[in-house]
Design a binder for this molecule. Sequence first.
Ligand SMILES: *Cc1c(COP(=O)(O)O)cnc(C)c1O
Ligand SMILES: [Zn+2]
Length: 500
Amino acid sequence: MKADNLPEQVQPYLLPKPQGNLVYRCLQCGAEYPIEEFLYTCPKCHGIFMLPDKDFDRLKEIPGSLWREIFDYRKVLNIPGLKGIFLFHEFIAPLIPVADIVYLGEGHTPLIEANSYLQELVGCRFYYKNDGQNPSASFKDRGMACALSYVNYLIRTKGLKEVLAICASTGDTSASAALYASYLRGKVKSAVLLPEGKVTSQQLAQPLGHGSAVFEIPGVFDDCMKVVEYLADNYYVVLLNSKNPWRIRGQESYSYEIAQWFNYELKDKVVIVPIGNAGNITAIINGFLNFYKVGIIETLPKIVGVQSVHANPVYLYYLEPDPQKRVWQPVKVKPSCAQAAMIGNPVSMPRVMQLVEEYNQLAGERRVFVVEVTEQEIMDWMLIANRNGHIVCTQGGESLAGLVRALEKKVVKPDEEVILDSTAHMLKFISFQQMYFEDNFPPEYEVKAKEELKNAPRLVKPGDIPVFPNERQLNEDEFREFVEKTAKAIADALNLSKRD
Ligand SMILES: *Cc1c(COP(=O)(O)O)cnc(C)c1O
Ligand SMILES: [Zn+2]
């Protein structure tokens, strides 16, 4: 639909103009720096940045009800730059002209309500928001679309030549970075650092396929991160890890979409999200805060982070109820099926600490919680979800296991409605399903296959068939015999009743 066909009151706002005043602000010392510089940590104190809009209050001049109409009507326009996360342009990266936005189909992922069997089994009404349906099959595309749109804008306005974009990754960040960088061929090149043997073959194939320079490091993610940080401090590169606050802003779209999906009514809603480097939970909290401050939503939903017992520093931190007594301590991770969240020293932890306090304060009660789940629970719940029409990866299984734990601990009540983050597509982490089905997890994972969740292909090769089509060309009689006897064997195995 065209803008002139839409109601008059929204027309002046449908096509966003560049606006806002974004700055890098150090979380630790408060120093501010202009966004034209490639900075990722504070030169004064090494603190990490948020990327606040110093003119944020201008957004409050438009009433919440009008914002809701703007976003809802903007959705029917056929402007590619506004089809994805930039539907919420004013809240994502408002200085970027629509023409510089890189849109590869990210965002606006569907919320799929669990079937009644699964809802009864779990004990409350819940949905998966399928972020595995983003172009590189994980939520990381939300942040990458924002970060690369900004780089694209800088390249045009500053006349930069071939920028090198670099990141460390548990797999999905590099897949996403490589995809968006390859779209900007000639302007951006990408290089990714992966922990050797700690990403799935699908995740390794993605950056290779998009032409990225791929480096494997003998260590875990936290080690790769240190190398990348050193590179970013000492060489001219664009850092694409979630330390880069442009990524956080893009990922805030996840919260905006949830708000829009439920007609901006978030009373009794709970969002459950796995925590690794803590960029995603940072963005989700901040996204809801932004919409709340402008009056687009009137309730701050409950947020529950989930960690595996094998990588649980955030859980351990919030275990202490008294904020004064909490002590931050990174942990040494053990192998986890939720491999994308296998991080012992989350980069965004200072952001989380600050935002959780602000969130709880504004809500007037504790609204952010963290629960812990076992590796066994992650695998079992992933398989159960996928046996009920979902397409979740191990981290998505972790979300559901987290819901079960949260209900058990009464962190979530049965009459609340829950949105689970399905952070990536099941196919990206399919090797864990395979290990489960073959019941051959290395012992350190602490996962044993349950018979009722296992599955395997069955070879149909009845002994009374003399020759099979993969041996040679069959004649007509041979082929009929092959079809009839094979069909009979399958019908017997499935207990089918014959037509009369
Ligand atoms: C990156 C990632 C996570 C962890 O998100 P953080 O922002 O690092 O906390 C979880 N699941 C998947 C599939 C991921 O790719
Ligand atoms: Zn500082």
